[in-house]
Design a protein around this ligand. Structure first.
Ligand SMILES: [Zn+2]
Length: 155
């Protein structure tokens, strides 16, 4: 990291620790050339997250796809849409704060199931049953198309 005071590129990290939000790392740096001190924050960028499929293929994480699969499994369930948004943001935050940019698709599925289980059992069962077949196919679009409630619940 280049020193912002003198331009020296050989600066030292004095100490690293999680920032208060726990999704970034705060590093205190020292420049031995000019004695300058500065702080940097390092965080995972959402666009940098890569999903590693079980067959080893990689693709950029797509929040919309995740959201689509969750919304389909929540269809016609009596859950406040705002709560679903919060859940999705929470899942994304968890992924971002894992400290790794490469995330196995399996891990994402497990986190989603865990979150769904806490909110709505029916949605959880829908998601989980399709997810199990999906692991073999590992094709997200197919997954989303299969993830449909069989019959709309009686009103
Ligand atoms: Zn310097």
């Amino acid at each position: 990291m280049r020193c912002p005071f003198c331009g020296n590129i050989d600066t030292q990290v004095k100490d690293s620790r999680p920032a208060e939000d726990h999704v970034s790392i705060r590093r205190r740096r020292f420049c031995p050339a000019c004695g300058g001190r500065f702080t940097t924050y390092e965080r995972v960028q959402l666009r940098d997250l890569v999903v590693v499929k079980t067959n080893g293929r990689r693709e950029d994480f797509d929040r919309d796809k995740l959201e689509r699969s969750i919304r389909i499994s929540m269809q016609k369930r009596p859950v406040d849409p705002e709560r679903i948004d919060q859940m999705i943001s929470g899942i994304v935050r968890r992924l971002e704060s894992m400290g790794e940019t490469d995330i196995p698709s399996k891990t994402i599925g497990e986190i989603v199931m865990e979150a769904l289980a806490r909110i709505d059992t029916v949605a959880y069962v829908r998601f989980a049953s399709v997810y199990k077949n999906f692991q073999a196919a590992d094709d997200f679009d197919k997954f989303v198309s299969e993830l449909r409630p069989d019959t709309p619940p009686e009103e």
